[in-house]
Write a protein that binds this ligand. Sequence first.
Ligand code: PTJ
Length: 260
Amino acid sequence: MVEIPRSHPRYWSLYYRERIIEGMEKGMTARAGLIAHGRGEAFDYLLGERTIEPAERAMRVAVAKFLLAEHPVVSVNGNVAALVPKETVELARALNAKLEVNLFYRTEERVRAIAEELKKHGAEEILGLNPTKRIPGLEHERGRVDEEGIWKADVVLVPLEDGDRTEALVRMGKFVVTVDLNPLSRSARMADVTVVDNVVRAYPRMVELAREMAGYSRRELLEVVGDYDNGKVLNEVLLHIRDRLTRLAGEGVWRKKDLE
Ligand code: PTJ
């Protein structure tokens, strides 16, 4: 990995870029994953590179839904394995969920490389190595899922996902949670809960929330879910972006060193 000086004003952004490149060099991340990462970065700029309140609310509901689930599954792709392998394993453990490597651009080599990385971070059972089922309506490799994992799941977390697959999972009757920085993506619009946040911030926060809520009763978890409305939350994200841009345009960004 290229050494980035800690003093660089964009240190974290450059650091995660390097992690994605390294993920590709390790055979985990798809080439298209680099493009997806760039799109995510652009939306993170618009959000202000921090977890906003609607995302916090979405995370609480997502975690409560997972803790209420019978067959919860956390899906892992090549970008997530590069950016948050440790947090992915911690999250699945805290949510009592199974881990499934499930790829849009599936190749056996990438599945194996990702499974290895997860094992290095303490994962024991990893599904998705021999998927025997297919998501109805999705042809070829991108539709293959594990019978004991996504196939059976009632609640599934599919971060940085393709919209078509998200929609197909919803059609199968699954409760679908996604993490996606783009509030306008098809995935964000199709999911039941969309956490509009960077996965590098969202996963550690979700681990905290899962540990905090682990002691909640069923009734308390149902109260957290309440009458959550994903459409409303996405609208709030759009308004956050609009208001922030209006404010920044008013203040002026020319030669401004930090943006809040
Ligand atoms: O590893 P694979 O084969 O499963 O492929 C993974 C990618 C991400 C390449 C594949 O699912 C894909 O092409 O996804 P999309 O359609 O580009 O969607 C990815 C979404 O994730 C986009 O809306 C990005 O804005 C968003 N995104 C990118 N980086 C992050 C992110 N969201 C949260 N955190 C990020 N770090």
